[in-house]
Every structure is written in C-alpha cells, then in structure tokens.
Design a binder for this molecule. Structure first.
Ligand code: ZN
Length: 421
C-alpha cells in the first residue's frame, strides 16, 4: 500500500484548491491502474487558517506502487500555483499501509491540529521514518502533508464531504446553483447531512464564494446521503466530484484545560463561572468573562455568529458553563458553549408583607424595614428569575461554523443539545 500526503497548493489570489489537487491525483492514480482506497481531507489547526483557506491537507491511500505514485504527485504539484509566494506545496509518499503508520507520524498529526508545527520538524521526522519528501517554494506545505499522512492512525472520528468541481472555463465566474434545490435536499437528509445551508440567514453554506474550483461541498455522517443531496441539487455542469473522508465536524482541535492553562493559537474546552454581565461592544461583538480558580478568561461571540450572540447575552453572573473555541490575543472565540448550572434566583430588596411596598435599609447589617408598617426583614429576599437559556449545548449557526467544529446535530455530547440548522 502507498500513502500520499499533500498540502498547501492553495493560492488565495489565484484560486487553486488542495482538495482539487487531491481529486486530480486520485483520478491520475485510477488512470494508471491503481485503486484508491480513500482520500482524506484533514483540517489542521484553525488558528493558522488565515495562511491558507481552511488550512486543509489531503492524503490518498492507494495500492499503486510508491514510486509510480510519486511521479503522479509531482505532476499534480506542477499544477499548484507556485508563482504565488504564499503557495508552498509539499508532499510525502511512503510505501506504507494506512494501518502501519509510525506512531511518531500519528502524534505529529495530532500536534498539527492542536498546535503550530514548523517545516523543519516535519522534514526531520519524514526523513527519520523514511517517507519521500517533495517540496516546492519554501516547503511549508510539508507540515500538512506529513500530518495528513498520519491522520488515519491519529484520529478515530471521521465524517464525509462530497465535493463537486466546476468546469475549468467557469472558474472565477459566478456559480450557477439553484438555492431552492439546495435547501430542499438539505431538509430531506438532515441530520445525516449537516451544514449544507443556514436557515436563519437563508444562505447556502455548501456553495463557496471564493474563486476556487469547488462548486459545492456536501458534509455529513453518511457518504451516500451526501451524494444523494448532491444529485438533487440543480446547477451548472459538474466537471468531476470526490467524496472525501474527513476530520471536519469532529472538534478534534479542542483540548480540555483549566482556565489558567489556555494559550494563544490553540483551541480549548474550559469550564468556569460567568464573572461579569455579558457586554456588547462596537461592531456587535459580545464579550463575557469566565472565572475559575482565581483566573479569568475573556470569551467572545463575534458579529458573524449572528443569533448565537443572543445566547451569550442571556448568560448571567454566576452561571456555570463549558466554553469551546480557539484562543487568540488572550480571548476565547466561542464556537459553542454548554450551560452546566443556571442561576435561577436573584437577591432583591424585600417587599413589606403588610403593604406590599419595597422596604428600605434599616442601616448597615440591620436588615430592612417598612417605615409605615414597622415590619422588619433580616436580609434580601430571593426572587425567581425567568431565564432564556436551558441546560445543555448552544452553538454558532452553520454560516459561522469552522470546518473542524462539531455540529450539535451529530450528537454524542455530554448534555442536551440545542442545534442550529
Ligand atoms: Zn409596609
């Protein structure tokens, strides 16, 4: 068996796309008489997403001999837009069964999803385990290539994305996809297929707006359902399509941590108490502070998360929540949160049991009294609070979801869920 890892053929300006390169490679392998067992689409640390669109790396598992696969990889990399200085493709090729991936390469895959890895480390490791390296530009793509090669051994939660590509002459032009047919197909197959559309905004999330070759990508837990949705979509002609096995929608980027352990450029799952009333700031971004063990952490729901911000605004001081998201500049960018405990009463100035009017302070530590009726209360009274939140998980809408974040629709969470669809 041959294992190929490939990355960083994206060019933001010119519109190449690593998934397309992998799809072409799979096609070339089949044309050469090889069998493609699977094509993996591996999302790496979302904190480096600004460097390449979506920070994706790909792996192809095939029975074609490694030396023949290597020649095909080199041909596909020629397509990569190396004129763009931000495009630095890399690939690894190994004579290795997917079940026999060295532990060190699997560990590297986990690290590349949760931290930031440098090309020198990837180069050293590839050489140590005897994987052939192919690099163009500065070789930064080697990180993703090696991570993609290790992913099958590193992770056990996999989903699917069926990607349809456009005819080459249409690249960069407006996509012709019938939105109504997308919504109907998405409805018919939810929740086996998810994040196809965003109902609140009416936006077809599966259709990208970038100049890349992708016409649409249908994500879900069932590859057949993904393909059925694709078949039901009315659109311009589909030039080719590939169903990828992917770590999208798995939350594999999240690490459990105490509040004091969080660090920038990583993503965490932390639990704490709401320490200050949520605050809406300029631009419509909502901030809320969490506290635990004497540490505080700012959490934010940014404007593009739309209705999710109302869930964050509904939090009150004293609520206990688990928050998930990437940390940058010391702030956790909320992807989802779970209400663990809700404050359901508040302490208020007592009312007089005789006349029903608000009592007034009887002096420091003297409780409250009613001047008219001479009634007395020892302290504040408890009043039941009406809350707009329930126990369980809340999430950003599909339009704001990161590729790697797990939609609540997938299930398997440790509390009730309130999915956005
Ligand atoms: Zn009174």
């Amino acid at each position: 068996m041959t294992l190929v890892g490939i990355d960083d053929t994206d060019s933001r300006e010119r519109g190449m796309c690593t998934t397309y390169a992998a799809s072409r490679l799979a096609g070339a392998i089949r044309d050469a008489g090889g069998c493609v067992e699977r094509v993996l689409l591996v999302r790496l640390n979302p904190a480096v997403e600004h460097k390449t669109r979506g920070n994706a790396a790909l792996a192809v598992h095939t029975d074609l001999a490694a030396d023949r696969a290597r020649r095909l990889v080199e041909e596909v990399l020629e397509m990569a837009e190396t004129d763009d200085p931000h495009t630095n493709p890399g690939a690894v090729v190994a004579d290795c069964a997917p079940g026999a991936i060295p532990d060190a390469v699997a560990d590297f895959a986990v690290d590349a999803v949760r931290t930031i890895q440098d090309p020198a480390a990837a180069k050293t490791l590839a050489d140590a385990v005897g994987f052939a390296r192919i690099e163009r530009g500065n070789g930064r793509g080697l990180v993703g290539a090696l991570a993609a090669a290790g992913a099958w051994e590193a992770f056990d939660d996999w989903t699917y994305e069926h990607i349809a590509y456009r005819e080459r002459e249409r690249w960069g032009t407006e996509r012709d996809v019938d939105t109504e047919s997308v919504f109907a197909a998405a409805d018919a197959h939810y929740p086996a297929v998810w994040d196809t559309v965003d109902r609140a905004s009416g936006y077809p999330v599966c259709v990208p707006r970038t100049p890349c070759p992708v016409l649409y990508g249908i994500r879900g837990d069932d590859p057949d359902a993904c393909r059925q949705v694709a078949e039901s979509i009315e659109s311009e002609p589909v030039a080719e399509s590939t169903t990828f096995v992917t770590n999208q929608g798995t939350d594999v980027h999240l690490q459990d941590a105490a509040l004091g352990e969080v660090a920038d450029a990583r993503a965490f799952r932390v639990t704490g108490e709401v320490a200050a009333e949520p605050e809406t700031r300029e631009g419509g971004h909502v901030f809320v502070d969490l506290a635990a063990d004497g540490t505080r952490l700012a959490c934010a729901a940014f404007e593009p998360t739309k209705g999710f911000r109302d869930r964050v605004r509904a939090l009150r001081v004293g609520d206990r929540i688990t928050a998930c998201g990437e940390v940058g500049d010391g702030t956790l960018k909320l992807e989802k949160f779970a209400v663990r405990e809700l404050v359901t009463t508040e302490r208020v100035t007592p009312t007089c049991p005789e006349c029903g009017r608000s009592m007034s302070s009887a002096g420091r530590d003297q409780g409250y009294r009613c001047r008219d009726c001479s009634t007395h209360a020892d302290g504040k009274a408890a009043r039941t609070l009406a809350r707009d939140l329930e126990r369980g998980w809340y999430e950003v809408p599909p339009v704001a979801r990161r590729h790697i974040a797990k939609p609540l629709a997938r299930g398997g969470f440790d509390a009730p869920t309130h999915p956005e669809r």
